[in-house]
Design a protein around this ligand. Structure first.
Ligand code: 3PG
Length: 307
C-alpha cells in the first residue's frame, strides 16, 4: 500500500523518520509531499495513495474525489475540522485523528501565552503574576486538563466549563465547575479556549462573553480562529481598554487588531501549538501505527466517521 504524508507545515525530521520506519517496516511504501504551494499539488499526489496522513491540511471533497485508491486518512492531531467527513464517508474512506498526542505542546504554549501577556510581551513596564488569578478553561478535554495541571503549579485557581464532562470528574481534579459559560467569563482573569470549530462554536465568542470578564481579562486562543466573532472582538476591545487577546491562529483581521490595539493583542506568526519535536513524533507515529494496524487487522479505533 502507498502511504502519502502530505504536510504543508512539515513534521520534524525525527517524526518523518519514525513514520517511514513504521510504514516500510510493515511492507508499505511512503511518499512525502511537504511545503506544497497549491491544492493542485495535493490533488496530484493523492491520486494513487491508499492512505493519507495530514496535519491541518485541508482534505476537501476535491481531494477525496481525486484519490482513486484512498482507504484511510489520518489527521495527525486532534482537531478534524480540516477533513470533509461526509465526502470520506460517501467513498467508504475511514477518517481518523490521533487524540491527545500533541496536547502537552499546546497546553505549554497556552500557559506561556498567559505569562507573555502578563509581562507586557516581554517589554518594559510593570507586569503582573499568574499566582492567585483565576483561569477559566473553556472545554476540559485533553488540552484543557493539561493546561489546568500546569497552571495549578503557578498557583492559579482553576475553573472550567464543559457540558460534555461530568462535573464530579472536574471537581475530583480540583477544578471549580462553572454553572454556565457566562459564569466562567464573569469569574476568570484568563480564559483559555479548547473548543473545536463546529457549526455550534463558530463565531460564538465575542462581545457577548468577553464583556463579562473582570478588569484586565485576557482571552488565550490556542483552539481555532473560527470560534471568534472578529467583528465583536474588535468592538469589545475598543469598548473595554483593559481587555487583551492572544492567539496562536491569527485572525482574518489580525492586521487591523494589531494596528488598533497594539500590545493588548498578539498572534504568533505561524500556528505553533503542536510545533514541538515531541508532539510531531507522538502524533506522526500514532498516525502511522493506526494506518498499519488498519491495513493489518481492520482496526478502526479513533474512526471519526463511523456509520
Ligand atoms: C490540532 O488540532 O491537533 C492542532 O491544532 C495542531 O495542528 P497542526 O498539526 O496543524 O499544528
Amino acid at each position: 500500500m502507498k502511504v502519502l504524508v502530505a504536510t504543508e507545515k512539515p513534521f520534524a525530521k525525527a517524526a518523518v523518520d519514525g513514520i517511514r520506519e513504521i510504514v516500510e517496516g510493515a511492507g508499505h511504501t511512503l511518499a512525502l509531499l511537504e511545503k506544497y504551494a497549491s491544492a493542485d499539488e495535493l490533488l496530484n499526489a493523492v491520486a494513487d495513495a491508499d492512505a493519507l496522513i495530514v496535519r491541518s491540511d485541508k482534505v476537501t471533497r476535491d481531494v477525496v474525489n481525486a484519490a482513486n485508491n484512498l482507504k484511510i486518512v489520518v489527521r495527525a492531531g486532534a482537531g478534524f475540522d480540516n477533513l470533509d467527513l461526509p465526502a470520506c464517508t460517501e467513498k467508504d474512506i475511514v477518517a481518523m485523528n490521533t487524540p491527545g498526542q500533541n496536547s502537552n505542546a499546546v497546553a505549554e504554549l497556552a500557559v506561556a501565552m498567559m505569562v507573555y501577556m502578563s509581562r507586557n510581551q516581554f517589554t518594559s513596564g510593570t507586569g503582573s503574576e499568574l499566582k492567585g488569578k483565576t483561569l477559566g478553561i473553556q472545554a476540559y478535554g485533553n488540552v484543557g486538563r493539561l493546561v489546568a495541571n500546569i497552571a495549578r503549579g503557578f498557583g492559579m485557581n482553576i475553573m472550567a466549563f464543559d457540558p460534555f464532562v461530568p462535573a464530579e470528574k472536574m471537581e475530583a481534579e480540583g477544578v471549580t465547575v462553572a454553572a454556565t459559560l457566562e459564569d466562567l467569563y464573569k469569574n476568570s482573569n484568563f480564559i483559555s479556549l479548547h473548543i473545536p470549530a463546529t457549526p455550534q462554536t463558530k463565531g460564538s465568542i465575542g462581545r457577548n462573553l468577553m464583556s463579562l470578564m473582570p478588569k484586565g481579562g485576557c482571552v488565550v486562543n490556542t483552539a481555532r480562529k473560527e470560534v471568534i466573532n472578529e467583528e465583536e472582538l474588535i468592538a469589545v476591545l475598543a469598548e473595554r481598554e483593559d481587555l487583551k487577546y492572544i492567539t496562536d491562529i491569527a485572525a482574518d483581521r489580525q492586521a487591523e487588531l494589531n494596528e488598533k490595539f497594539g500590545k493588548r493583542v498578539f498572534a504568533t506568526p505561524k500556528k505553533m501549538g503542536a510545533e514541538t519535536a515531541e508532539a510531531n513524533i507522538n502524533a506522526g507515529l500514532a498516525a502511522a501505527n493506526q494506518i498499519v494496524k488498519f491495513f493489518a487487522t481492520g482496526d478502526t479505533t479513533f474512526q471519526l466517521n463511523k456509520k
